[in-house]
Design a protein around this ligand. Sequence first.
Ligand code: HEM
Ligand SMILES: *[C@@H]1O[C@H](CO)[C@@H](O)[C@H](O)[C@H]1NC(C)=O
Length: 352
Amino acid sequence: MAISSRGTVVLATGLLVAAAVCAAAAAAPLPRSLSRPRPSAMKNDTSLSHYFYVDSCPQLETIVRSTVDNAIRQDVRLTAGLLRIFFHDCFPQGCDASNLLDNGERLLAPNVGLQQGALQLIEDIRAKVHSQCGPTVSCADILVLATRDAVNLAGGPAFTVPLGRLDSFAPASDGDVFSLPPPTASVDTLLDAFSRKGLSDPADLVALSGAHTVGKARCSSFGNDTITPKDDISRCLAGFCSTGDANRLRDLDFLTPEVFDNMYYIDLTLNKGPGVMLNSDQGLASHPRTNWLVRGFADNHWWFFDQFSTSMVKMSQLKGPQGNVGEVRGNCFRPNTAAAGAAAGEGLAASA
Ligand code: HEM
Ligand SMILES: *[C@@H]1O[C@H](CO)[C@@H](O)[C@H](O)[C@H]1NC(C)=O
């Protein structure tokens, strides 16, 4: 099975890759033009590069940006959808599109409410890219690029990301998925969870939490709001969730919910009290290792943008214990092997 799936991937990845892979072992000499490995050939343990697809898919970044642009004009919530999917992909076992697989991680509690439209957008871009370039670009890279572009299109910073990630063969383990911290987590727990993933600078935690400047959470995620609200804004926000519908969605950034800006930090410094911000977010404003960063990002959005870009690039390079190992999926929702594909059963529509 392993051998035939490897063969399929090599074939699908194209003759040049096959030539590069076989070159060392082949007795018969290969034509000169085929015997030189291409820099963009997708192989296990390739390191990431800014020039990864220059030869194999030069139009990649243009396709991604224009498709994301069109999509968020239709549905502004997609920026938040992509950001959260990106975080939930990278944090458990590295950025390998493992949470795009049907019937896997998405069924677990930390992934409740991942936006279906944003998942489908990644697969739609994958189909477009593969129709123009062949099956060269991984779903994991498309997710990173689409998220990066959505942030910028929503008003946030522009930054470059290295490429060349491979898609996982299987979902992450339950244990890894539950390394995603819950909204009830204390700042010490959050700092610890991020450190374990190599995001050990408190600025990584504080800046990345700034993604909550867009998007919504279920009322149940905001937790306890039974304490008497102290002003009109907190009364209004707390009232929104007092209907008893735990799944009702409320804006995470109550000032500018659709814009990628530093208002989330200003929300935090306003200290509206329990139930107004996520508990995990509110804590950042008072903990001694993070409060100065919250104040700094609230005062200076350029500092926030700069740190956010740095930390996103850092998170986008997280790898699982096996390193950059996997395949280029022909459908982001399923592994390439036939058996695994059949087991995946019905899921989101593949757009190929
Ligand atoms: C620091 C630890 C974090 C915790 C505890 C946390 C927790 C949460 C929770 C509970 C929700 C709402 C889920 C729901 O009620 O359906 C949420 C939403 C969201 N999270 Fe986080 N998060 C964290 C970090 C991050 C990071 C690092 C990013 C991205 C870089 C991110 C991006 C988002 C976005 C954009 C949403 C809104 C999603 C939407 O509107 O569809 N979060 N987060
Ligand atoms: C990586 O290695 C695995 C297992 O040896 C193989 O199935 C897979 O096709 C390889 N991926 C690439 C892109 O060569």
